[in-house]
Design a protein around this ligand. Structure first.
Ligand code: AMP
Length: 178
């Protein structure tokens, strides 16, 4: 497992000053482009949740769709999409969250979950935790129960997991500084 995690870490590329100065963007496209490693990444997550009776994986637009849908397939769970405003065709619930400058909003279909569904929230990366916190709010509006929030990458120095309490957080890779 340690060897696999080191391989996954080595496949992630740092892009300084993207999308704006001062941000180091963690680019997962080299990881996604490596078939055996992409599969290992999904399998590390699937092994953790295999016996957790996950009904639905919720993926956050857009890289959460890539990780989340592969994970849902592996778990035999349904997949629920959470998108930026104006993209979903049916009636929605909304949740807003603060960004460094301004705020952003996420939407989910009102019929996306059955009541008390066990939901695993998935995204590629947790930074400040604002995005995942909004997803948790949407699950709660729909009457679902969050099993955990799962990420490939955690920027641990930003302490995003504290914003998600009491929901638990799991990440394959942690970065303690930029
Ligand atoms: P946050 O709401 O601050 O936890 O930000 C998480 C969302 O923004 C995720 O959907 C990530 O894909 C994206 N994100 C934030 N920071 C980075 C980063 N340094 N590299 C890549 N993606 C990021």
């Amino acid at each position: 497992m340690e060897k696999e995690i080191a391989e996954i870490r080595n496949a992630i590329r740092d892009i300084p000053n993207f999308p704006k100065p001062g941000i180091i963007f963690k680019d997962i496209t080299p990881l996604l482009g490596n078939g055996p490693l992409f599969r290992k990444t999904i399998d590390v997550l699937a092994d953790r949740y295999r016996n957790q009776s996950v009904d639905m994986v919720l993926g956050i637009e857009s890289r959460g769709f890539i990780i989340g849908s592969a994970l849902a397939y592996r778990l035999g769970a349904g997949f629920c999409i959470v998108r930026k405003p104006g993209k979903l065709p049916y009636e929605t619930h909304r949740a807003s969250y603060e960004l460094e400058y301004g705020s952003d909003t996420l939407e989910v279909h009102r019929d996306a979950l059955r009541p008390r569904a066990r939901v695993l929230i998935a995204d590629d990366l947790i930074a400040t935790g604002g995005t995942a916190a909004a997803a948790i709010e949407l699950v709660s509006k729909l009457g679902g129960e969050v099993v955990e929030c799962a990420f490939v990458i955690e920027l641990a120095f930003l302490k995003g997991r504290e914003k998600l309490k009491p929901c638990g957080v799991y990440s394959i890779l942690q970065y303690d500084s930029e």
